[in-house]
Design a protein around this ligand. Structure first.
Ligand SMILES: N[C@@H](CCC(=O)N[C@@H](CS)C(=O)NCC(=O)O)C(=O)O
Length: 214
């Protein structure tokens, strides 16, 4: 198995965390996004969209982080992926929620506040990205309600779904989440995610301010 990865990026981190949880060995190929390696001809053959992560397993290539989680879950997941069709659909429901309602607005806030300064660029003001912040907060309300009665996204046990939502929520660490007294169940959930060995072994803190090495 080979992962096309970029350590400081959140979407590859979802997959690194899942691979750690599952104890799967893999070869790492680092695609340095800020050197534009994703647009090099050899990588574009692997992913014409020029994005990471990509997982290669035998002859198979998968290019969407949440699809990779679902594949790893079905193929290798054991207890970390539901076998019952109803629970599996519920796992996919959360992964689609992440992809359609969370990823873009969380990514925009994180990129603005963490990555732009690292690139020597002036971040947009809070009012300029207020629309994205509103959208983030709307999803946090929904997640907070869910997490009031659930330790993890799928109930009381960690699953590969948490590799997706946990990582995206972790993008708000040092940001919207700490600036506010709200969303205490989301914060407690984030604490449970980042205390896992898989977070540490997947180098989770690479997405944070002090650690981002572009
Ligand atoms: N929907 C894709 C998004 C992948 C994505 O946007 N990856 C970013 C890194 S987190 C990337 O490769 N960006 C490089 C670029 O757009 O040039 C997924 O979930 O895997």
């Amino acid at each position: 198995m080979r992962l096309y990865n970029f350590d400081p990026s959140p979407n590859p981190l979802k997959v690194r965390m899942a691979l750690q949880e599952l104890g799967l060995e893999y070869e790492n190929t680092e695609i340095k996004l800020f050197e534009r390696q994703q647009q090099g001809p050899s990588f574009l053959k692997i992913n014409p969209l020029g994005k990471v992560p990509v997982l290669e397993d035998g002859n198979m290539l998968l290019r969407e982080s949440n699809a990779i989680l679902a594949y790893l879950g079905k193929e290798y997941g054991g207890e970390l992926w539901p076998s019952n069709p109803i629970f599996e659909a519920s796992a996919l429901e959360w992964l689609f929620f992440e992809a359609t309602q969370m990823a873009a607005c969380y990514g925009a806030v994180w990129f603005n506040d963490f990555v732009m300064p690292k690139l020597g660029l002036e971040p947009k003001s809070k009012s300029e990205i207020q629309g994205k912040i509103d959208r983030v907060e709307w999803t946090l309300d929904h997640l907070n309600n869910h997490l009031e009665n659930n330790q993890f996204m799928m109930g009381d046990k960690f699953s590969l779904v948490d590799c997706s939502l946990g990582v995206v929520i972790a993008m708000l660490n040092e940001n919207i989440l700490v600036d506010s007294g709200e969303w205490k169940f989301v914060k407690a959930y984030l604490g449970r995610i980042v205390s896992r060995d898989s977070w540490k072994n997947a180098r989770g803190s690479a997405i944070w301010k002090g650690e981002t090495h572009l």
